[in-house]
Unconditional design. Structure first.
Length: 154
């Protein structure tokens, strides 16, 4: 019985020490949230029009973070595709010298991906109008001009 009590106390002590160490060394997400202000709020967003301009200027890339099955069903034809659930293992594939604009059909998953990438040191934003908004922005002549301007989507 004494052995169980001693092991329980050791486990409790170890847990308390681990908790104190975590408080002394905030995570990257803790730091992101602590430094969050109105400038950060504005800087973390990009509309489709802003994204198109940044891609044409070679300042940004689109990161589609949808599940593989979704991308197989429909895709934009440009940018990179890393599913959100694979991002922790694959984020190093992304260039550090470009703005990474994360996207999903709306913006729920892309905002998670943006926050994650910011904790890893990337200049990341999320697409405010989602891939559905981007598709709407790249119709007809706009799509033709985008292809000509960027050389993408052969």
């Amino acid at each position: 019985m004494q052995r169980i009590i001693l092991l329980s106390l050791m486990l409790l002590f170890t847990t308390v020490l681990a908790g104190q160490a975590a408080e002394e060394h905030p995570s990257a997400f803790d730091t992101f949230l602590t430094n969050f202000d109105y400038d950060t709020r504005a800087d973390m967003k990009a509309s489709s029009k802003q994204l198109i301009k940044m891609i044409e200027e070679k300042k940004a890339i689109l990161l589609d973070i949808r599940f593989t099955e979704e991308v197989k069903t429909w895709k934009m034809g440009f940018g990179l595709q890393i599913p959100l659930n694979e991002l922790p293992k694959r984020y190093k594939e992304l260039p550090k010298d470009k703005i990474i604009v994360t996207a999903c059909p709306h913006k729920d998953r892309s905002s998670l991906a943006m926050a994650y990438l910011r904790t890893k040191g990337y200049n990341a934003r999320y697409l405010t109008d989602g891939l559905t908004g981007l598709a709407e922005s790249l119709r007809g002549d706009d799509a033709k001009e985008f292809r000509e301007d960027t050389g993408c989507c052969p």
